[in-house]
Write a protein that binds this ligand. Structure first.
Ligand code: DC
Length: 226
């Protein structure tokens, strides 16, 4: 597709990637793709199938055979079943972090993510979008915030959904996941060459969105407004 725009947003858990990426996608008339949801769906399937998180061949097969569809409003389908709510638990977050360390799982997800952007502009968020999936993306952002701020945002988000959340436990889980995601051999979380680093700790959602749209405008060469 001519004039296809790819915005790659990477960063650690709780940096606000989903909220921000969704708003940026709407402003750019692009499709929002949450790649973490795909790893979460694989994790759910692994748990249901009783697979060990270090069983490389079983998890690779499972990832290759799974049909994962992403729809509007955060809809996630695994083999036709709506699993949107089921994958948003702390257990699945940790399990996703574990299964995503498997090379074969990543290979299957990356291939699928590239296909999703074949015929449309996308704002894709995850851990390896600017480094592996689309190193040639016109716009690359590394979204960060302090662990304390990220934990507090996650706590508020969970409480809004009626879930119980202990701030100290949420922060410990976030730190554990960050460590695993940043220190694995396969596509570890790191700032991609050419990515703009944005520390969102002192910023509200609107400010982050307008910052990203300004960066996108500079890179793409046209004015984009929130
Ligand atoms: O973005 P998230 O918290 O929903 O992601 C869940 C886990 O999936 C995360 O801890 C690491 C993994 N992940 C990944 O390895 N690569 C991506 N592009 C997206 C997520």
């Amino acid at each position: 597709m001519q004039n296809r725009i790819i915005v790659a947003i990477d960063g650690p858990a709780g940096a606000g990637k989903s909220t921000i990426a969704r708003a940026v996608a709407a402003a750019l008339h692009a499709v929002y793709i949450d790649t973490g949801a795909m790893y979460r769906a694989v994790a759910l399937s692994a748990i249901r199938g009783g697979k060990a998180f270090d069983d490389e061949s079983a998890l690779t097969k499972l990832a290759e055979e799974a049909t994962i569809e992403l729809g509007a409003g955060g809809l996630v389908r695994l083999d036709g079943e709506d699993v949107s709510g089921l994958i948003r638990t702390p257990e699945i977050a940790q399990a996703a972090s574990k299964v995503s360390a498997i090379a074969g799982v990543r290979r299957a997800m990356v291939a699928s993510q590239r296909r999703m952007a074949e015929s449309c502009s996308v704002v894709m968020e995850g851990r390896d979008i600017g480094t592996v999936v689309f190193p040639e993306a016109q716009v690359k952002i590394y979204l960060d915030a302090s662990p304390e701020v990220r934990a507090m945002r996650r706590v508020l988000e969970m409480r809004q959904k009626g879930m119980e959340a202990d701030p100290a436990q949420v922060e410990a889980e976030i730190r554990e996941r960050d460590y695993r995601d940043s220190n694995r051999t396969e596509a570890p979380l790191t700032q991609a060459p050419g990515a703009v680093y944005v520390d969102t700790s002192p910023m509200g959602v609107d400010e982050v969105v307008s910052t990203l749209l300004r960066i996108a405008g500079e890179r793409i060469g046209k004015e984009v407004e929130a």
